[in-house]
Write a protein that binds this ligand. Sequence first.
Ligand SMILES: [Zn+2]
Length: 307
Amino acid sequence: MSLLPDSVRVAVRGWLNCNQVLLRSPAGNVLVDSGYQSCADETLARLRDPAMLGAEPLAALVNTHCHSDHIGGNAAVARAYGCPITIPREEVPTIDDWSIQERWNHYVDQYAEPFAYQATIAAGEALRAAGREWEAHAAPGHDMEALVFFDPAERILISGDALWENGLGFVWAHEPPNPFVDAALSALDTIERLGPRVVIPGHGKPFADVAGALARARSRLAQFADDPRRTARHMMKVMFVFSMLHRGGIALSEADGYVARVPCYRDLDERFLGDGLEGLGVRLAEDLARAGAMRIDDGFARATMAR
Ligand SMILES: [Zn+2]
């Protein structure tokens, strides 16, 4: 039996692109999150699939949070469908001043196309879509301004990166007490209180074992709460493999030079590790290869994860 009503459809993507959640209704189809910029054509093709929109129009695009893998396709979707875009109200400063996005994307080697939004939504408000009211709840942690959307009638939660089946979006390294870990834990408490029957995560398939996912996310956060070194190393790996997904990989001989050029690695090392950058790029690729997230063939490292 399907976990979701026919009016709620999900294009499950990978790690470079978040999932696209389509909320269908004769009153207007609403899309949640648009994927990564460089895959926008594929995102549009997935939307045109009869299992998603087919030839129907799109009335609105809403974002759970404003990271490049969730807003990167916003401009392309708005061009293709002429639909307005709604963003979390607390994200407004980071979009109105696009140089903040550019600085962040430069810091971690990511890209997003600028877009214009027409509306905002905040925690405590509701989104009308798929013939029901979705409550917006604050879900800080991975992104301090993020929202999740909850349908209390069928207890469906669109969780963004606040909760996945096996973990959650990375949280920033910080000396304990880590405010990002605390925020992420409070978001998990909110989700537990809502009591969803099914969760549609930003990455991975929709899942029903919510208690198991909450337990896994909490134990993951417990590992990071008191260990900024571990958190910083984890962040480096997440950023590295994400960039390799959009770059198509890197020659091992260039990995150290790459890491030296992208500011987040030096910054994380200086603040939390103090190991220096020498050999760091190769080490990251090899660690990720051991974990199965990358593969190294003939001196070339590429990400194995789904894009
Ligand atoms: Zn994401």
